[in-house]
Ligand binder design. Structure first.
Ligand code: SF4
Length: 412
């Protein structure tokens, strides 16, 4: 009843917002638009443009295809976007509005490209939304004229929805290796780049739950092989991520010195962080990466909460748990009460999550590190050092605030 998940529309909107010059137009009532826009603006600390046809009671009873047509023309005139993505909501999906028909009629009256994505909230969670969005974009891609040259050094990231410093550092590593980022699906890419995705030699899935399926689809359709390594979060994971890409593209791994230096720097944090207990609340991709990294720091992930799983999640998590000799409680798709109950029982020192865990942190007085927003560097060798530093500073600040917290009676 207190799920960590949200609706399909959320995932579709995040996907569309990752395309340069695209505007999502929700064919639905104002609530769908308002809450998602509010949340995404808060999370990214910047204005986010999402529009709505603002369906009312009359529209839901009698249909509102004419209104949608009029709104598409209005969006084109007022905002001049390159792409208007018309997204259904629960209301328009349930009454069966014929969006394709409206788009067919409207396309002669507007300059923007138009497409529709089925996004009714009841059709699934945000993960189904990401997958649906990626699948629709795959249909826009140009068939490659020639068979892809396996050494052309062009790579796509699939299921990467954040820009910011993490994406920037991946680009820097790729530059040093002579690898060119062909398209990031979906973060800051243009329609032109999307069409050219099949020219790449390699796809890299960056999301356990939503990246693998589109990669499989593109492997079948365009013959592009793919990797689904753990995120480059932590020294060990960064080295592995880059080494696997080098192997696949016949490149020499040139980061041995950076790796050694980061390992040395990280060692300075281990005596302080050893045996500190952590709760991780995130999607499968971050959960896997953080479980490995926190263990690398000598910390003990005592509770792992997964809101989504991918095809390989169990296998990857199991491998890390065995290798790191840890024994966390794993909660799959838990609700808030379950997490609260386990957290009270296991008395962790720190929580890793996102804005959704602010309440848990406040309720139990346990510090939270937000690993879900994209404004801080967490990837790469440098990201590992920064994150270790942040964990130490957060724990020290907490100790200074509550010097008696080590007392076993602190938690009630
Ligand atoms: S669940 Fe349905 S009504 Fe609620 S925000 Fe999502 S699309 Fe809108």
């Amino acid at each position: 009843m207190e799920s960590l998940r949200t609706c399909k529309l959320f995932g579709v909107i995040r996907g569309v917002l990752g395309i340069k010059g695209a505007i999502p137009l929700i064919h639905g009532p104002i609530g769908c638009y308002y809450h998602i826009k509010y949340l995404l603006s808060m999370r990214s600390s910047r204005p986010v443009r999402i529009l709505s046809t603002e369906m009312d009671q009359n529209d839901v009873v009698f249909g509102s295809e004419d209104k949608l047509h009029q709104k598409i023309c209005e969006v084109d005139e007022k905002y001049s976007p390159q792409l208007i993505a018309v997204l259904t909501s629960c209301a328009s999906s349930i009454i069966g509005e014929n969006i394709d028909n409206v788009i067919e009629k409207a396309k002669n009256n507007v300059n923007a490209n138009l497409l529709t994505i089925s996004s009714g909230g009841f059709e699934g969670s945000q993960i189904e939304g990401y997958i649906e969005c990626l699948t629709v974009l795959i249909d826009l891609m140009d068939e490659p004229v020639e068979k892809v040259n396996t050494n052309n050094g062009l790579v796509n990231l699939i299921g990467q929805y954040r820009g910011g410093p993490d994406l920037k550092i991946i680009k820097e590593y790729f530059d040093k290796l002579g690898i060119k980022l062909n398209c990031v699906l979906i973060s800051g890419c243009t329609l032109h780049e999307i069409k050219k995705v099949p020219e790449a030699s390699l796809n890299i899935s960056m999301c356990e739950a939503s990246g693998v399926e589109p990669c499989e689809l593109m492997e079948n359709r365009f013959n592009i092989p793919f990797l689904h390594e753990n995120l480059p979060l932590g020294v060990n994971a960064t080295a592995n991520y880059l080494q696997e890409i080098c192997k696949k593209l016949d490149k020499e791994y040139i980061f041995a010195e950076d790796e050694e230096r980061a390992e040395r720097e990280l060692k300075a944090y281990i005596p302080y962080l050893t045996n500190k207990k952590a709760v991780i609340v995130a999607g499968a991709t971050r959960v896997i990466a953080l479980t490995d990294f926190l263990s690398e720091l000598g910390m003990e992930p005592v509770i792992i909460c997964l809101d989504f799983e991918g095809k390989y999640t169990d296998f990857k998590l199991d491998k890390i748990i065995k290798m790191r000799k840890i024994n966390p409680v794993i909660l799959k798709q838990p609700d808030y009460l379950e997490i609260l109950h386990e957290t009270k029982k296991l008395k962790p020192d720190i929580i890793f999550g996102g804005m959704g865990e602010i309440g848990l942190s406040a309720e139990l007085g346990i510090p939270l590190i937000d690993v879900m927003h994209g404004q801080e560097l967490t990837f790469g060798f440098e990201g590992a050092i920064r994150l270790a530093k942040k964990i130490r500073e957060t724990l020290e600040a907490e100790e200074n605030k509550h010097p008696n917290k080590t007392n076993p009676n602190f938690f009630r």
